[in-house]
Write a protein that binds this ligand. Sequence first.
Ligand SMILES: O=C(CO)[C@@H](O)[C@H](O)COP(=O)(O)O
Ligand SMILES: [Fe+2]
Length: 223
Amino acid sequence: MTHLIAPSVLSADFANLQRDVEMINASQADWFHVDVMDGVFVPNISFGFPVMEAIKKHAKKPLDVHLMIVNPDQYIERFAAAGADVITVHYEACTHLHRTVQAIHAAGCKASVALNPHTPAALLKDILGDLDMVLIMSVNPGFGGQQFIPNTLHKVRELRAMAALIKPDLLIEVDGGVGLHNTAALLQAGANVLVAGNAIFAAPSPTAMITELKQVDGSAVQV
Ligand SMILES: O=C(CO)[C@@H](O)[C@H](O)COP(=O)(O)O
Ligand SMILES: [Fe+2]
């Protein structure tokens, strides 16, 4: 499988949301990355169900929903009903993570767990076999446009090695500060889903940037 590109709608122009959704539909992007922030788990509030439903109404590609909220269990079914295809919950927000993952699957979605920059990949060992994806945060969650934390590369490599034994087809998504400068290295380390917000929406041509990110070949890079 070649890698997937998931533009982060958080960086879109919300006053022209339909235009930006159509741009992603017509581009080589694979998923819509939808960042939900509650102002408690992270120091920012983004949007909730009405905006997500508006995105879903026009989106022709899967919705990859990144829940930066406390008590995600309370809302799994509603996010599934609002059109989520992949649901990511944070390791740091779930006391009974196995139960949460089961609830995501029962709601008909792919299940994914996100790790904050300080959370070791090894903590997922006993649940990896139940996951479809792991999201590695390469910035502290809460805002778009932040700088990539370099230790992420090491963490992706470590997780890919762990997954080789337990879950070889695991998707590894990297989220935060991703752009043309680090895409090849991330692919080489073992990532296969890349979220990009600022790199795409601040580019002179977002569509062309998506094509460029999609065409990066990680095989030739040494990291
Ligand atoms: O989850 C988050 C931030 O918490 C991300 O999805 C960002 O929205 C990515 O934006 P860039 O760092 O690529 O600008
Ligand atoms: Fe995100």
